[in-house]
Design a protein around this ligand. Structure first.
Ligand code: CA
Ligand code: CA
Ligand code: CA
Ligand code: CA
Length: 402
C-alpha cells in the first residue's frame, strides 16, 4: 500500500527525529528490559533502545549518545556501530544485560496490517479538549511506555541524511478518517514523541513479543498542525531489510543440538518442523521461541544466546509437547537434547481427545490432496488416513502435552 504523493512530501518535510508514546499508557512488565540511550556523567536521556543479546542493544543511528540505561543501571559503551546508510545502530556494552528480546527477521509481507507494540521512554501527552489529538508534556520523558498501532505500509525515508526502509503507522482516532488508507483503526492507537527514537517495534510472533523495527521519526498530513494529531503518523527502520548487517554485526548465537523423535511417523522427518520454547525453570512464559527444521534423522540445531538452566518445550504439528525440565545450556553449546513426541493431536491444541477423533473421522478414507484430506489427520505420514492412524490416536487418547 502506497501513501499519497502529497502525504509523502509532507512527511519528508515534517520529519522530526525526536518524539512520546501517547496516550500515556504504562508498559506491561514484558517490556521492562527496554532501555534508554543517554550521555554525560548524570546520564542525560536522549532516546531509547532495545536489548537483543547479553551485551548488545539496537537503537537509531541519529542519536548521538552511546550510554545505555536499563533497570536503573547505566552501561558504558564498548563500541557503537552505525549502519553505513540506514538509521540503525548496534551498541555493545561493557556488562551483561538483565535480559533481551528476540529479533524477528521476516519479509514485510508477513508484517503488513499486523498490530505492533511501540515501546520507548519519550514524552507523553494528554488529549486535547477538541478531540483532535494530544498535547505533548515536555517534561515527561524517561518513563517506559508502550502503545499499540498497526503496520500500514513500507517505503524508503530519509531522516537526518540517513535513508532507511521504514515501516509506517498512522494515528487513527476510532471512527476517524483512515488517512493512510491502510484500512485499519484499532482502539487507543498510539503515536511516538521526543525520546522514543531508537525504541522498539514489536510484533507478537509464536507467542513471544519479537523485535521487527526501530522507532525513528514522525510525520504529519499537510492539513494537520502537528505530529501529535489524528491523521499524523510515524515510522521506524525495518530490521528485515538490514538482516545481513545485523547478523554479521551481532555475535553469533550458540548452537545446541539434539534429536526429536516424531513417534509413529513412517516417513522421513526431514520435511517437518518443531516449535521450541525456552523458559526459565518452572516458568510459564516463553523467553524465546524457535521454529526449527528437522533433518532426515530428526536432528535439529537450537541457536540462542541463553546460557544456564532452562525448561525447553518441544512441539510439532500433530504431536504433543514434550519438555526438558531444567536442562543445562552451556556456553559452548549443549549436545544430546534428545526428545520423543507422542502422536495424535490432530487439531494441535496439545491434548488428544474426542475433538481429534472427530477430525480424524472426517478425513477417514482420504488421501493426499483428495476430498476430505487433512494432513494433520495422517498421523503416520503415509499419505492416507485410515485404521493405522486411528490406532495411533487411540493409543494416546486422553494424553496431554507438557
Ligand atoms: Ca493506525
Ligand atoms: Ca489507518
Ligand atoms: Ca487435540
Ligand atoms: Ca496414515
Amino acid at each position: 500500500m502506497r501513501i499519497r504523493a502529497t502525504m509523502l512530501i509532507a512527511a519528508l518535510a515534517a520529519v522530526g527525529t525526536s518524539h512520546a508514546i501517547w496516550p500515556d499508557v504504562a508498559a506491561p512488565s514484558v517490556f521492562r528490559y527496554c532501555g534508554m540511550m543517554g550521555g554525560g556523567d548524570n546520564f542525560v536521556m536522549e532516546g531509547s533502545c532495545t536489548p537483543v543479546g547479553p551485551r548488545h542493544v539496537l537503537t537509531a543511528a541519529h542519536l548521538g549518545s552511546t550510554r545505555v540505561k536499563i533497570g536503573g543501571v547505566v552501561y558504558m559503551p564498548v563500541q557503537k556501530i552505525n549502519h553505513p546508510s540506514a538509521d540503525l545502530s548496534i551498541v555493545e556494552v561493557n556488562g551483561t544485560l538483565p535480559n533481551w528480546y528476540q529479533v524477528h527477521l521476516t519479509p514485510y509481507t508477513n508484517l503488513e496490517r499486523k498490530q505492533t507494540a511501540l515501546v520507548g521512554h519519550g514524552f507523553t501527552g494528554t488529549p486535547r479538549p477538541d478531540g483532535s489529538g494530544y498535547i505533548i508534556n515536555n517534561t515527561s520523558n524517561s518513563v517506559l511506555r508502550s502503545g499499540m498501532n498497526v503496520l500500514g505500509s513500507r517505503d524508503q525515508f530519509e531522516v537526518n541524511g540517513r535513508t532507511s526502509w521504514s515501516m509506517l503507522w498512522d494515528v487513527d482516532k476510532e471512527g476517524y478518517v483512515d488517512r493512510l488508507g491502510d484500512g485499519l483503526a484499532i482502539p487507543g492507537e498510539c503515536q511516538v514523541a521526543v525520546g522514543d527514537s531508537g525504541g522498539s517495534m514489536f510484533v507478537m510472533h509464536e507467542g513471544v513479543w519479537q523485535l521487527v523495527g526501530v522507532i525513528t521519526f514522525t510525520f504529519r498530513d499537510p492539513t494537520n498542525i502537528s505530529s501529535n494529531t489524528y491523521g499524523a503518523g510515524g515510522g521506524g527502520t525495518e530490521l528485515y531489510a538490514y538482516r545481513d548487517w545485523i547478523n554479521a554485526t551481532l555475535p553469533p548465537k550458540i548452537n545446541s543440538t539434539g534429536t526429536a523423535t516424531l513417534q509413529n511417523l513412517n516417513t522421513s522427518p526431514s520435511n517437518h518442523t518443531i516449535r521450541v520454547e525456552i523458559r526459565a525453570p518452572g516458568g510459564s512464559t516463553p523467553l524465546e521461541v524457535h521454529r526449527l527444521n528437522l533433518n532426515a534423522t530428526g536432528g535439529y540445531t537450537l541457536p540462542t544466546y541463553r546460557v544456564g538452566e532452562f525448561d525447553i518445550l518441544v512441539k510439532a504439528s500433530h504431536w504433543l509437547t514434550s519438555k526438558f525440565t531444567s536442562v543445562w545450556l552451556g556456553a559452548e553449546g549443549t549436545t544430546g537434547l534428545n526428545i520423543s513426541l507422542r502422536n495424535g493431536d490432530v487439531d494441535g491444541n496439545d491434548a488428544v481427545n474426542i475433538a481429534d477423533f472427530l477430525l480424524l473421522r472426517n478425513a477417514f478414507g482420504s488421501s493426499t490432496g483428495g476430498p476430505g484430506w487433512n494432513p494433520n489427520a495422517d498421523l503416520n505420514g503415509d499419505g492416507s488416513v485410515n485404521a493405522a492412524d486411528f490406532l495411533i490416536l487411540r493409543a494416546n487418547f486422553g494424553q496431554t502435552g507438557g
